[in-house]
Design a protein around this ligand. Structure first.
Ligand code: RB5
Length: 149
């Protein structure tokens, strides 16, 4: 597992403001933010941005990734097609912690049309402060990884 403090952020056009709020929120926590855009509100397809973020995580360049689209669903589906990525959509803090504790998720997806900024930042905090428990969960994550072969 790569260990650095770099987090890639990406979104589609619908979620630029929330993405920038997340960037500001986590940079003061000491994370090095790699914000790969987009920066204009021109319509741009979420699969492209999910893939770009996922490739930076899969390569080890970034330890974690946070991605945002309207629902969080489409961009998550794209990210999960990249080998080595485990990304979940979360709209609550419990799930955001659990996807790291049990599923060893390396990416979090949010829906800007689903959660407000305050809840989104709490979800981000829950994701970033949790850690993988290993043990029996490691075997299950290995089973997910085996599906990629
Ligand atoms: C964009 O219109 C919208 O489809 C996208 O942000 C997202 O909700 C897809 O899952």
């Amino acid at each position: 597992m790569p260990t650095n403090n770099r987090i890639v952020l990406s979104s589609d056009h619908s979620a630029i403001e929330l993405r920038q709020a997340i960037a500001a929120h986590i940079s003061v926590q000491g994370w090095e933010v790699v914000d790969i855009g987009p920066t204009t509100s021109e319509s741009t397809p979420y699969p492209k941005h999910g893939e770009e973020a996922a490739r930076l995580v899969a390569s080890g360049d970034c330890q974690l990734g946070i991605i945002v689209c309207g629902t969080g669903q489409g961009i998550m589906m794209a990210a999960n097609k990249v080998k080595g990525i485990r990304c979940g959509v979360c709209s609550d803090t419990f799930s955001a912690g659990m996807i790291r504790q049990h599923n060893n998720a390396n990416m979090l997806s949010l829906g800007v049309r689903v959660v407000g900024e305050g809840l989104a930042l709490d979800v981000v905090d829950a994701f970033l402060t949790a850690s993988f428990e290993g043990g029996r969960h490691a075997t299950r994550v290995e089973m997910i990884e085996a599906l990629e072969e």
